[in-house]
Ligand binder design. Structure first.
Ligand SMILES: Nc1ncnc2c1ncn2[C@@H]1O[C@H](COP(=O)(O)OP(=O)(O)O)[C@@H](O)[C@H]1O
Ligand SMILES: [Mg+2]
Length: 393
């Protein structure tokens, strides 16, 4: 079946293609009866021809249709149409986390934590129901950047329906491979919810650094699997230095190779984030549209130490300016106010009040002398002034 804009697929009019993955194409579509927008995932002809797989999809769709959570894309239906099968999904506006990372690079950690927190909420809900996602990765997370980065997780259980991904070597599924837990590779039959925790750790690494933790130059599935099982996750701060250490340690515990050493539940991760994170500081908001138009990666924030020393320098500069201006004002006041009370009191209190007049006064032109005299008579102590405050600065 040739898919195109305007095509009516059962009750849905295709509006525009919004994605393509290992399973087929995803279209934004409109329900022609109730005019509601939905996402239609139309399975490829190859998958649709596999009766066993289609049955697994139907079973998973049945399970998923009971999931109702603000951070999970709901599933509304599964139906055959002209030799293919389609899954009717809630339309999640925004962009995938994969696109977000590709556009802005490393996500500032407060923003990454906001996204992570919502994924934790969605996963906790399904884990409590005994449902494992099995394919947590950035392209399965939608982020509505226009509405406060609200998050929806997509494709629950799809990986289970697709079967053992570790035996595959196709380009589309290589993308999935990087996020697989070690036990998904070594013993995929025995995985539990802790596998999702590992995959989420890899996803967190990618959010914080803008990169996957493994060597992505290879398309060789065996090499990727070997890295997952044997290689340690690198220190993310070597890629992006502004990640706080407490968050790095949470990330490491999510990605522990041995699932017994991993966080045992979503709740444990949330509790550690709450316990270890400092009070929230405002971070610069990234305008994705602007960033995308001007440059692909965001500017690195200066490290916190640099910020605070700049602030200190600024405060000192202001203090110095105030002192200088203050000194000038006081000086002007003393030297110009002939009858000022301040000058009088200076005259009385200053021990230098009886200093002899400068000889230059005697040599001065008459008029000038007069004016000088008047000045010095009223402020005799002004000439042998106190050490200027400026000298002490
Ligand atoms: N329910 C949905 N709402 C909005 N966009 C979606 C939805 N489902 C899928 N997409 C988009 O289609 C893309 C491809 O999805 P998919 O076929 O599941 O492949 P993959 O997850 O391997 O990228 C997603 O990354 C996303 O951008
Ligand atoms: Mg998907």
């Amino acid at each position: 079946m040739q898919l195109h804009e305007g095509l009516i697929v059962r009750d849905y009019r295709l509006l525009r293609q919004i994605g393509e993955g290992g399973m087929g194409q995803v279209w934004l579509a409109e329900d022609i009866n109730i005019e509601r927008k939905i996402a239609l995932k139309i399975l490829s002809a190859r998958l649709s021809a596999d009766a066993e797989l289609v049955e697994r999809f139907r079973q998973e769709a049945k399970l998923q249709s009971h999931l109702t959570h603000p951070n999970i894309v709901s599933l509304h239906g599964f139906f055959p149409f002209e030799g293919t099968y389609s899954i009717v999904l809630e339309y999640a506006p925004g962009i995938s986390l994969k696109q977000l990372i590709a556009t802005i690079g490393p996500i500032p950690f407060a923003r990454a934590l906001k996204i992570l927190g919502q994924i934790l909420d969605g996963l906790e809900y399904t884990h409590n129901k005994g449902i494992i996602h099995r394919d947590i990765k950035p392209s399965n997370i939608m982020v509505d950047i226009e509405h406060g980065d609200s998050v929806k997780i997509m494709d629950f259980g799809i990986a289970k329906a697709l079967g053992d991904l570790s035996n595959t070597n196709t380009g589309a599924q290589i993308g999935t491979l990087y996020y697989m837990s070690p036990e998904q590779i070594t013993d995929s039959k025995s995985i539990d919810h802790r596998s999702d925790i590992y995959s989420l750790g890899v996803l967190l690494f990618e959010m914080l650094t803008g990169q996957k933790p493994y060597d992505i130059s290879t398309e060789n599935a065996f090499k990727i699997q070997s890295q997952i099982v044997y290689d340690e996750i690198p220190d993310p701060t070597t890629i992006y230095p502004h990640i706080p250490q407490w968050l790095v340690s949470i990330l490491y515990q999510m990605c522990a190779k041995n699932r017994e050493e991993r966080y045992q539940s979503i709740n444990e991760i949330r509790a550690d984030i709450r316990r270890m994170s400092p009070p929230v500081r405002p971070e610069p908001v990234i305008n994705l549209k602007h960033e995308a138009a001007s440059q692909p990666a965001p500017k690195l924030d200066p490290p916190p130490q640099e910020k605070s020393s700049l602030k200190r320098l600024f405060i000192w500069a202001v203090v110095i300016i105030i002192l200088i201006v203050g000194y000038q004002v006081v000086k002007g006041f003393l030297f110009t106010g002939r009858d000022s009370e301040a000058a009088d009191s200076l005259q009385v209190e200053s021990p230098e009040a009886n200093y002899p007049r400068h000889s230059q006064e005697d040599n001065a032109e008459p008029e000038a002398t007069d004016s000088l005299k008047t000045k010095t008579e009223t402020q005799p102590s002004a000439q042998p002034a106190q050490p200027a405050p400026a000298d002490t600065l």
